[in-house]
Design a protein around this ligand. Structure first.
Ligand code: AMP
Length: 463
């Protein structure tokens, strides 16, 4: 049976009215599949990304189950990897439970626990927490777990990336074994499979977003950009176009994010129009920046991947990948910020010579080739500084060696001197590398590539 309306679920009037207030008319695919199964109290393994409506998919049946305020101890627990996601989930709880008297606590680190403890002492039905803070509150004797009957792990893959596995294990030990479990993850691989085998009981696996489908919805383009400085010029050019109304600029590292922010506020925009979020920003600053961006008071948000987790902003007009993410799934997360809930958006990626390698891997994940566009007229193309050029060539060599252990390297054969002749030789090498990068895959040295993306070992690091 096709489910085309929320009324078809066995949800109560309070929840249906809240759904209507949010303007949801039709359940999304993950909601269509998850809600009936979860209402039947089955364990669920959901493979779905942010942007698919997964939060309401697990919240509606959960809220239906815990129904109204009861007792003092929480009866359901939702774990999330980051405070931003925890806050986002908590906001959805507030919205969806608005016609009920359910009480919930959102608990995350970085703030003193005092208010969280006070909330607990008044009694809560549901806790949304990051694993570390949940354990802290438990150890402090402030959180009684004996009544927890439902556990949700949201973005389980990210939790593992961020090293939360030991905390999750500890949590599983201190909550009742008789309970319903729901695990959501954007990706499904060996680790998530093992985790689900460990703690889900005969789960129903629901997969809604083959990774390509978010990508299908978003208009994607690539600009080949020779160097950092030209990326900055291109960014400036794009951000001053009228249709770039609400933009997230993604950077790989906090330093890069900070530099982009400094450049934009120093030269191009009023500082009030731009904010930056990354791991080094204080908790309140991050929350304030995100709120300001959501409310439309800030037009441009510069962010690292980890800091941007859980950001839920409708109507992001453009996502700009200032650099290509090395954790390839992050590309899908990044571009999922635009084109959400059927709105169209554009994702633009700046790619240097040495980043082409990663683009190929990403294209394999999203199962499509992202079209390349010529640099817009009017963008100044700056000459690549010698050191930057060398670093890129060295990286290209390394990438080729990774694909083909017998590859000897083009770069290391000769030491280029920073002289006119040296630069000329180097330019020739760059040209050759560029040609190689744009040649059809089958014609490239190294033969067919190894299957599947290799996950980057620096994940969850200092981003
Ligand atoms: P999520 O994947 O849970 O982060 O949700 C992504 C966005 O879709 C959020 O802005 C939700 O408010 C919105 N959303 C969730 N369910 C629906 C629905 N059935 N119809 C329209 N928008 C929805």
């Amino acid at each position: 049976m096709d489910i085309t309306s929320f009324d078809q679920f066995e949800l109560n009037r309070q929840l249906l009215n809240a759904v209507a207030d949010l303007g949801y008319t039709e359940p999304t695919p993950i909601q269509q599949k998850t809600i009936p199964i979860s209402l039947g109290n089955h364990d669920v393994l959901g493979i779905a990304q942010t942007g698919t409506g997964k939060t309401a998919a697990y919240l509606l049946p959960l809220l239906m189950k815990i129904k109204y305020a009861q007792g003092k101890n929480p009866r359901a627990l939702i774990l999330a990897p980051t405070r931003e996601l925890a806050i986002q989930i908590s906001k959805s709880v507030t919205d969806l439970a608005k016609y009920t008297d359910l009480r919930h606590l959102v608990a995350y680190g970085g703030l003193g626990p005092k208010t969280q403890i006070e909330t607990l002492q008044q009694g809560v039905d549901l806790v949304v927490a990051t694993p570390g803070r949940f354990m802290d509150l438990y150890r402090a004797g402030e959180l009684i777990t004996k009544d927890i009957r439902t556990l949700v792990l949201d973005e389980a893959d990210k939790m593992m990336d961020m090293g939360f596995m030991p905390q999750i294990r500890s949590i599983l030990e201190i909550i009742p074994t008789k309970r319903q479990n729901l695990l959501f993850s954007a990706t499904f691989g060996g680790r998530v499979e093992r985790l689900s085998a460990e703690f889900l009981e005969a789960p129903v696996k629901i997969e809604v977003t083959p990774q390509a489908s978010t990508a299908d919805m978003v208009d994607q383009v690539i600009y080949d950009v020779p160097n950092f400085r030209t990326k900055v010029n291109l960014l400036e050019h794009l951000l001053t176009q009228d249709d770039f109304q609400r933009v997230i600029v993604f950077a790989r590292t906090k330093t890069s994010a900070e530099n982009i922010y400094k450049f934009l506020t120093r030269k191009v925009f009023d500082p009030g129009q731009v904010r930056v979020i990354h791991a080094n920003k204080g908790q309140n600053t991050r929350i304030n920046s995100m709120e300001a961006f959501k409310e439309g008071n800030v037009r441009i948000l510069v962010a690292t991947d980890v800091a941007a987790r859980g950001i839920d902003v409708a109507e992001v007009s453009h996502v700009i990948n200032f650099d290509v993410p090395l954790i390839y799934e992050d590309y899908v997360h990044r571009i999922g910020r635009t084109g959400r809930a059927n709105r169209t958006g554009q994702a633009i990626t700046f790619v240097t010579l040495s980043e082409n390698y990663h683009v190929e891997k990403i294209e394999r994940i999203i199962r499509m080739t992202v079209p390349r566009q010529p640099m817009p007229a009017g963008v100044e193309i700056t000459e690549t500084p010698f050191d930057e050029q060398q670093a890129m060539l060295r990286e290209v060599d390394e990438q080729r060696r990774k694909e083909d252990p017998n590859f000897l390297g083009a770069f290391h054969e000769k030491k280029f001197k920073n002289t006119a002749a040296g630069r000329a030789t180097q330019q020739a090498k760059v040209k050759a590398a560029k040609n190689a990068a744009s040649r059809p895959k089958s014609a490239r040295p190294g033969g067919p590539r190894s299957a599947g993306p290799k996950r980057n070992s620096s994940r969850g690091g200092k981003r």
